[in-house]
Design a protein around this ligand. Structure first.
Ligand code: ADP
Ligand code: NA
Length: 344
C-alpha cells in the first residue's frame, strides 16, 4: 500500500569520514535508481550535544553545507530526489512532539547511543539528546518512508521507529479508519544495513567505531583528506604482525585486519572473500599499498568535488532551499492527516 520510499540523514557535526561514506552516503547514491529518495542534513540532531561538540552557529552553517556537498559529490541527484536540511521543515519538530507522547520512557531508557553520548554526566545531557530517537522516528515517518539506509550503529533507533509507528497505528486505529486513511497510517520502515562496511572501525583501535568525535585524527579518514593524508593514515593503521589469512574465518579474531579488508571490499564493490583471494597469505604492507591506491582513487575525486562545491555556498544554499520546498509539500500533507487523526 505504501510507495517504496527511502529516507536517511547525516548530522552536520564536522569531520565527515569514511564510515559515514561507506555506511551511509555511498549507499544513498546507489539506491537512487530503485527508490524515491529523501536525503536530509539533520541539523536539529546536531545541536543535541554540547555546543563545544557542534561548534556554534558559524560552524553549524559551514557543516550543513559540507554534508550537502558530500551528498552531491557522491552522486546524489538533487533534481530527481530531495536534498534538504531538517530545520527548514517544521513538521519534523511537530511530529516529534506527537511521538514523544507515543513513545514510553522505558523504550528510550534502553537506547545505547544515549548512554554512550551522555557518558558519566547524565544529569547534564540535554533533553534533546535523550529524545533524539523520537525526532529520528519523526524524520522518517513524516515522509512515510519504507526503507532507511544506515550504519549498524543506528539499528536500535530503527527498531524504536518501528515500535512508535506500530503503537501510533494501534492507539489511533479507530480514528485512522474514521478519517478514511485505511487500516494503519504509518508504514513500519525497514532498515537497509549491511555489506562489508556497515560498521567501519577506528584505524587506531579495532574495538571502537570510526567516529567524527574521536580526538585522534589518525583514527579516521576524512572525506576531504588529500592523497598524502590518506596514504599516511592507512600506512599507520594499527595491525597485528601476522600475514593476512586466506579465509574470512581467519579475520574474525583480528578486528583491525577485518576492518581494513572490509574497507577494501566496500570501496572496490567486492566481498572480503574476494579481497582475500587476491591478498590472503600476503604481507600487510603489500595490502596496505593497494588499499592506499584504491582509497585515493575512490575518495580523491569526491573530496575535490566537495571542496569545489563548498567554495560556492550560494549554489548549495539554493539546492537546500528548493529541496526544503519540495519536502514541505510532503510533510504538510502528513501533518494535516496526523492532526486529523489525533484530534487537533
Ligand atoms: P557519526 O556517527 O559519525 O556522528 P552520524 O550520526 O551523522 O555520524 O551518522 C551518519 C550515518 O553514518 C549514519 O547512517 C551512521 O549509521 C553512519 N555511520 C557513522 N559512523 C559509521 C561507521 N563507523 N561505520 C559505518 N557507518 C557509520
Ligand atoms: Na551515528
Amino acid at each position: 500500500a505504501f510507495q517504496q520510499r527511502v529516507f536517511s540523514g547525516v548530522q552536520p557535526t564536522g569531520n565527515l569520514h569514511l564510515g559515514n561514506y561507506l555506511g551511509a552516503i555511498k549507499r544513498f547514491a546507489e539506491l537512487q535508481d530503485s527508490y524515491d529518495c529523501i536525503y536530509c542534513v539533520v541539523d536539529m540532531h546536531a545541536i543535541t550535544q554540547d555546543m563545544r561538540v557542534w561548534g556554534g552557529p558559524d560552524e553549524l552553517r559551514r557543516n550543513i553545507r559540507e554534508v550537502t556537498a558530500a551528498y552531491l559529490a557522491a552522486g546524489i541527484d538533487a533534481e530527481r530526489h530531495i536534498v534538504f536540511n531538517q530545520s527548514q521543515v517544521a513538521g519534523h519538530a511537530e511530529l516529534a512532539w506527537v511521538f514523544n507522547c507515543v513513545a514510553r520512557l522505558g523504550w528510550l531508557n534502553r537506547m545505547t547511543q544515549f548512554k554512550e553520548k551522555a557518558g558519566k554526566d547524565r544529569e547534564n545531557a540535554s533533553v534533546g539528546l535523550y529524545a533524539y530517537p523520537t525526532l529520528m522516528a519523526a524524520d522518517i515517518l513524516l515522509y512515510r518512508a519504507t526503507h532507511v539506509p544506515v550504519g549498524e550503529d543506528q539499528k536500535q533507533h530503527l527498531e524504536l521507529t518501528r515500535d512508535i509507528a506500530q503503537k501510533f497505528n494501534n492507539d489511533f486505529g479507530p480514528s485512522i479508519a474514521a478519517q478514511g486513511l485505511g487500516e494503519s497510517y504509518f508504514p513500519l520502515p525497514e532498515p537497509l544495513i549491511g555489506g562489508p562496511a556497515a560498521r567501519v572501525m577506528s584505524l587506531r583501535d579495532g574495538s571502537k567505531k570510526m567516529s567524527k568525535s574521536d580526538p585522534s585524527d589518525l583514527s579516521r579518514i576524512n572525506l576531504t583528506d588529500d592523497a598524502d593524508a590518506i596514504a599516511s593514515k592507512v600506512r599507520r593503521a594499527k595491525t597485528d604482525s601476522e600475514p593476512l589469512p586466506s579465509e574470512v574465518e581467519g579475520l574474525r579474531p583480528r578486528p583491525e585486519a577485518e576492518n581494513l579488508v572490509g574497507i577494501y571490499a566496500a570501496l572496490s564493490g567486492t566481498t572480503p572473500a574476494e579481497v582475500l583471494q587476491q591478498f590472503g597469505a600476503g604481507q600487510f604492507s603489500t595490502f596496505k599499498g593497494a588499499l592506499v591506491d584504491l582509497a585515493v582513487a575512490k575518495l580523491g575525486p569526491i573530496g575535490a568535488e566537495m571542496k569545489r562545491l563548498v567554495a560556492d555556498p550560494g549554489h548549495i544554499d539554493a539546492v537546500l532551499q528548493k529541496g526544503g520546498e519540495r519536502a514541505r509539500v510532503l510533510a504538510d500533507e502528513t501533518m494535516r492527516q496526523v492532526k486529523d487523526i489525533v484530534g487537533f
